[in-house]
Design a protein around this ligand. Structure first.
Ligand SMILES: Cc1cc2nc3c(=O)[nH]c(=O)nc-3n(C[C@H](O)[C@H](O)[C@H](O)COP(=O)(O)OP(=O)(O)OC[C@H]3O[C@@H](n4cnc5c(N)ncnc54)[C@H](O)[C@@H]3O)c2cc1C
Length: 386
């Protein structure tokens, strides 16, 4: 057993770090100012275009996508370092294509869907969203009530989705809907185009962390039969593939964010003198740093272990829940201590710490709140009803 990252994966991590340092970090002050005005953290098309050009030329697109549609087919282990780097800044940037829906599609698409949806997605020509959560069902998606009913060759979807990220910008949304009411998880996935007249974006909801989500109504939303993604009534398993991919990404982002907060604290604490001593000589501050370094190390090992097991095709449901809870709560604590260390400066919107904290606060909630992931782990240990 050894813990050395393969040479090519280490080089990729270095490349991603350099990309973040040279391309994203210079935009951070602009993004902070924009978020302070309530305009969110998203990049404008003008800001994004040159960055896209660089990331593409560096070969950072389609890293974990299949080779036959233009990707590099890299394992999950290779993606951890990349996501650590991408997560270390508050400049919101996704290397195309966003991995979670990619993985879900890789597990489900037929030949026609591969050509029409997967291939353009991998080429970075389209963006996507996913609609799982509903006003009455979030942490427990099995309670969703949106239905899809067959009508001749088509499916007709009716219901309401909420908190859907990117719903208004996406070329297509993977909409989860009940197709078998008799089964608790008789849910199927559908590829719904953004311009489908039955797909109605009702409102944009400002979230903390400069994010926006959307509420969407599906009103007699007619979808051709071939846009059923995967097996009818068995949409839960590929949806879990998707959620698992995001949760692992989140863990890597949290490691990047926590490391950034620790680095900031280590640079600042020796300079700031109170009561005749630098903060770095105070045990309280030393322990913040020591505990942060220890927990970042633990989170990194857990995340790589989980990624490796996923690449080996093992069942990692428990590990994914553990990693998601541990990394998000770890980053929350580390960033909070760093904010405390910086005093009033840590509370300003001119510094990234408060935005980093808000980003992590969201991560503790979406793709499963911590309590639900603890429930999954406890159920594995002690058994349970479902
Ligand atoms: C920024 C952001 C982006 C999002 N993007 C998307 C998206 O793109 N697509 C999408 O479908 N959804 C998205 N969501 C929704 C998100 O996945 C849900 O909000 C989340 O799953 C929780 O569902 P809920 O809000 O309905 O909370 P509820 O289900 O009402 O739960 C509320 C709280 O109850 C507690 N709780 C629930 N169940 C248990 C339990 N079994 N044991 C103990 N405590 C429990 C937890 O503390 C939980 O936070 C997003 C959310 C946010 C904040």
């Amino acid at each position: 057993m050894h813990f050395e990252l393969a040479e090519e994966h280490r080089m990729l991590k270095d490349l991603a770090q350099k990309f973040v340092r040279d391309q994203l970090m210079p935009l951070e002050q602009k993004v902070l100012a924009r978020e302070a005005e309530g305009k969110g953290v998203g990049l404008t098309a003008e800001e994004r275009a040159p960055i896209d050009e660089v990331s593409k030329s560096l070969g950072l697109w389609g890293l974990d996508a299949p080779e036959d549609v233009g990707g590099s087919d890299l394992p999950q282990v290779a993606m951890i370092g990349v996501n650590e780097a991408i997560g270390s800044t508050v400049v919101a940037y996704t290397l195309p294509p966003d991995s979670p829906n990619l993985r879900m599609m890789m597990a489900t698409v037929n030949e026609r869907q591969r050509e029409a949806y997967l291939a353009p997605y991998v080429r970075g020509e389209t963006i996507s969203a996913i609609g799982i959560s509903e006003p009455g069902a979030g942490a427990d998606p099995a309670g969703m009530t949106t239905t899809a009913v067959r009508d001749g060759e088509d499916w007709v979807i009716n219901g309401r989705k909420i908190w859907t990220s990117r719903a208004a910008e996406a070329d297509f949304t993977i909409v989860m809907a009940v197709t078998d009411k008799e089964k608790r998880r008789g849910v199927s996935a559908f590829l719904v185009d953004g311009d489908n007249p039955g797909f109605k974006v009702l409102r944009r909801i400002p979230m903390i962390g400069g994010a926006f989500t959307y509420e969407v109504a599906l009103e007699d939303c007619r979808v051709p039969g071939w846009k059923l993604l995967g097996v009818e009534g068995q949409g839960f398993a590929p949806m879990q593939v998707r959620l698992g991919t995001r949760r692992l990404e989140m863990a890597a982002w949290c490691i990047g964010l926590a490391q950034r907060a620790l680095d900031m604290m280590c640079e600042y604490a020796p300079q700031r003198v109170t009561f005749g001593e630098p903060l770095s000589r105070r045990q309280a501050v030393q322990w913040w740093a020591a505990d942060a370094a220890t927990k970042i190390h633990a989170a990194r090992l857990m995340t790589y272990d989980c990624a490796w097991k996923l690449d080996e095709g093992r069942d990692v449901r428990q590990e994914i829940s553990m990693v998601k809870v541990y990394a998000t709560e770890m980053a929350w604590e580390v960033i909070d201590n760093a904010m405390q260390c910086f005093g009033a400066m840590g509370m300003t919107k001119e510094m990234p710490l408060q935005l980093m904290a808000s980003l992590v606060r969201n991560l503790r909630l979406y793709d499963g709140p911590s309590e639900v992931h603890r429930m999954v782990v406890a159920r594995n240990l002690m058994g349970g009803t479902r």
